[in-house]
Design a binder for this molecule. Structure first.
Ligand code: ADP
Ligand code: MG
Length: 452
């Protein structure tokens, strides 16, 4: 009954949104339930769900309503995959959870995105170390560094690399139990286990995996009992010589409110960072994705010139870069036009504008003040105390490095200081940088935060 209605909706959609869009986005949708005014769909990936939700859910809802099914919302979820799972222990754990569909949070692990493989990961200078380390872990063999700690700004490929490791291990050593999940899911599972008094099950599940991967671990900072449990899980696995892979948006030492003992455990393994992309890497990624899209949208072609333009102008992160390309192809196919530079500029105006955003001296002052825990007003104020003067000089140095402003201009923004004061501040930092590794770390972190 519902399915017939859905079939009719699909037919109408096919004529409304075009064959390409239909095949790419609607055909893979699987209607699983219509209840309480919500249409539930299974989708292959989260990305896919987001895209359909943003672009087609209004169409879908309108048509379902027209078919006599009163629905106000569509929900898209990725069904649990058989690939990442914990083999259920006979007595204690609940097999039903492992095979549960839809309710992702209820699973021990998150599902893997099948597109995030080593094959689809483009290697360049900024990520070659991280890539090599991930490969090494995926190849198995004796555990040489534990944990592997990957860090870097948003959208630079941390999650992609972790999924790639999981895929690769499953191919090479299918008997290994690989558990991938976000730190948030770890916490959720932990809290749930506490509430349902199943903490022993929880411990057993987490201590019985061969490879544990926890994504975005900065999330558990400040969450005391979760941290504690994580620490014990971590130690138990390391003691058994099981591989652990962790990701975070910054280096272990830079995560505020993370217990010191956890930080130092993290630093015992191999810590590698993913640097912001450079032009060549961005172009490489675009070329790879463009080929996929050209195969998918038959007849649509994107020239090298347009790809170069995008690589040059969109410098934020890979996720934004991909989003731009996806939109460009979808738009061109929807309106039946060729992908030209003009079309790209039209269709991506908002993304291009956001990427153009210039970093201001105020932003630098604010971030630096926040980092060193001083008042923003002290940045421009007259105090000469070392614990205020040093951060101020750091901000001066970053203002000189990251903005095109002249020294007198920078001086004006620092409470009307003379340009010679700015020169002095910049030199001081340059001098200290050669010997002070803490300062170096601070600068790296700040630069990354400001440029992400
Ligand atoms: P992070 O977890 O670091 O925030 P993700 O791994 O989610 O970033 O990456 C964001 C998007 O960019 C993903 O779709 C991913 O496939 C893509 N991506 C990032 N780096 C690369 C790369 N080097 N090659 C191909 N795709 C990449
Ligand atoms: Mg991620």
């Amino acid at each position: 009954m519902t399915n017939e209605a859905w079939c009719r909706v699909r037919e109408t959609l096919a004529t409304r949104i075009g064959k390409n869009n239909y095949t790419s986005w609607i055909e893979p949708l699987h209607l699983t339930a219509l209840e309480d005014g919500i249409a539930h769909f299974d989708v292959p990936t989260t990305f896919f769900g987001d895209w359909v939700s943003r672009n087609f859910s209004d169409h879908i809802l309108a048509l379902l309503n027209a078919e006599g099914h009163p629905v106000g919302r569509a929900e898209f979820s990725v069904p649990a995959q058989a690939t990442v799972q914990i083999a259920p222990k006979p007595v204690t754990s609940k097999p039903a959870r492992v095979t549960a569909r839809r309710n992702d949070e209820d699973l021990p692990g998150a599902s893997l995105d099948s597109r995030f493989t080593f094959d689809s990961f483009v290697v360049g200078k900024p990520n070659e170390l991280a890539h090599a380390a991930a490969r090494r872990v995926a190849e198995g063999g004796p555990v040489t560094f534990n944990p592997l700690f990957l860090y870097g700004g948003v959208g630079l490929g941390k999650t992609h690399l972790m999924h790639a490791i999981a895929h690769e291990i499953q191919i090479r050593q299918p008997h290994l139990r690989v558990l991938y999940l976000s730190a948030e899911q770890f916490m959720y599972r932990f809290v749930q286990a506490l509430r349902e008094r199943q903490i022993m099950d929880f411990k057993e599940i987490f201590r019985s995996v061969d490879v544990l991967m926890v994504d975005d671990v900065q999330f558990i900072a400040g969450k005391d009992s979760t941290q504690e449990e994580f620490f014990h899980t971590f130690n138990a696995l390391v003691d058994q010589n099981k591989q652990i892979v962790i990701s975070a948006d910054r280096a272990p030492g830079e995560i505020k409110d993370l217990e010191d003992r956890i930080k130092s455990r993290m630093q015992c393994g191999l810590v590698v960072d993913l640097h912001p992309t450079d032009y060549e890497l961005r172009l490489g990624i675009l070329q790879q994705k463009a080929e996929i899209y050209m195969a998918q949208y038959k007849g649509l072609h994107i020239s090298a010139g347009v790809l170069e333009f995008l690589a040059h102008r969109i410098t934020t992160n890979v996720r934004v870069l991909e989003g731009a390309l996806t939109r460009l192809f979808a738009f061109a196919s929807l309106v039946g036009r060729e992908i030209t530079l003009d079309l790209a500029q039209d269709c991506l105006a908002d993304i291009l504008r956001a990427s153009d955003r210039k970093l201001t001296i105020e932003e630098i002052q604010r971030k630096v003040a926040e980092h060193y825990n001083i008042r923003l007003s002290d940045m421009i104020g007259p105090k000469r105390l070392r614990n205020i003067a040093r951060p101020r000089q750091v901000a001066m140095y970053l203002a000189k490095q990251l903005t095109p402003r002249s020294l007198p201009e920078i001086g004006r923004r620092f409470g009307g200081r003379d340009h010679t004061t700015i020169i002095h501040g910049v030199r001081k930092i340059e001098e200290l940088m050669t010997s002070d590794s803490q300062l170096n770390d601070d600068l790296q972190l700040l630069r990354r935060l400001l440029q992400s």
